[in-house]
Design a protein around this ligand. Structure first.
Ligand code: ZN
Length: 281
């Protein structure tokens, strides 16, 4: 990470709302909301004017409680759902000149398969639980145009080895694995096409603490080795502290604070961030 490099991903004024809005809430400068919710019409403003940059090789943490909009942001960036308005640019895609949200679904599929990987909190969303583990990896490689079975098998076992799944278990289905192992298969699958960007959404939530530490350690190790850029979403500032170079704090669909993670931990400015930091101590 350095000031000289230009962002690998830029997001500008991303908005996602559920509901049509009304005169009480349509003006983004002057909304009468209860948290992110309009009482008058029931519209929920999940992401409000989110803008940020992700730099090559950087881990950007996004912390917030459930309902803060952080997972909605991740779904939007991976085209799991449409944004209401906004722009996103990827440097490796058409030299960062095209708004990804305006691309066709076919192009968005290309971006998902070649330039991004995503690891979900719930492995059912990221894996076919009944397929073999190596089959899961091959599926993502096939989606990116690979056809050479021997090469895919070699790559698949290399990846499983990298995430510490014993190669003799590669034909087993994730449903037979523990929660920590399932997350590691998801990570292997997400990395299969060497994407420059990885999206991690609450990947250790719900795991036992010792398992959680192992998975976080693996992610840290892979990040250093592969120099991959990561967006890391968590409700747990402890997870963010372990991995993120910079951190954005989200509350009610907005970014309330951002900066170097160390700085935020040492000198939190917003009352909500202060509360998060104090709960860590
Ligand atoms: Zn309204």
């Amino acid at each position: 990470m350095g000031q000289i490099s230009s962002p690998i991903m830029s997001v500008r004024q991303l908005n996602k709302q559920f509901g049509k809005g009304c005169e009480q809430c349509s003006n983004s400068d002057n909304r009468k909301l209860e948290r992110n919710y309009c009482r008058a019409c029931g519209t929920v403003y999940s992401c409000q004017n989110l803008s940020f940059d992700l730099y090559p090789g950087e881990v950007l943490g996004i912390v917030g409680e459930s309902g803060s909009g952080k997972s909605t942001l991740m779904r939007s960036l991976y085209f799991d759902q449409e944004v209401t308005t906004g722009e996103a640019y990827l440097q490796p895609y058409k030299e960062g000149a095209v708004n990804l949200f305006q691309e066709s679904s076919q192009q968005q599929k290309y971006i998902r398969n070649h330039l991004m990987g995503k690891v979900y909190q719930n492995p059912v969303l990221g894996l076919r639980m009944g397929f073999s583990s190596i089959g899961n990896i091959a599926e993502k490689m096939i989606a990116a145009g690979n056809r050479n079975v021997a090469a895919m098998e070699a790559r698949g076992s290399e990846l499983l080895d990298q995430v510490h799944i014993p190669v003799y278990r590669m034909k087993e289905a994730p449903k037979k694995f523990s929660g920590g192992m399932q997350q590691r298969v998801q990570i292997a699958k997400a990395l299969s096409n060497n994407p420059p960007i990885l999206l991690l959404d609450e990947v250790t939530t719900g795991l036992d603490l010792s398992v959680q530490a192992n998975v976080l350690d693996l992610i840290k190790h892979l990040q250093r080795e592969l120099k991959i850029s990561m967006l890391l979403v968590s409700h747990d500032l402890g997870v963010i502290r372990m991995l993120a170079d910079r951190t954005m704090v989200m509350l009610d669909g907005r970014v309330v604070e951002q900066g170097l993670t160390d700085q935020i931990l040492e000198d939190p400015q917003h009352a909500y961030t202060q509360q998060l930091v104090h709960s860590l101590l």
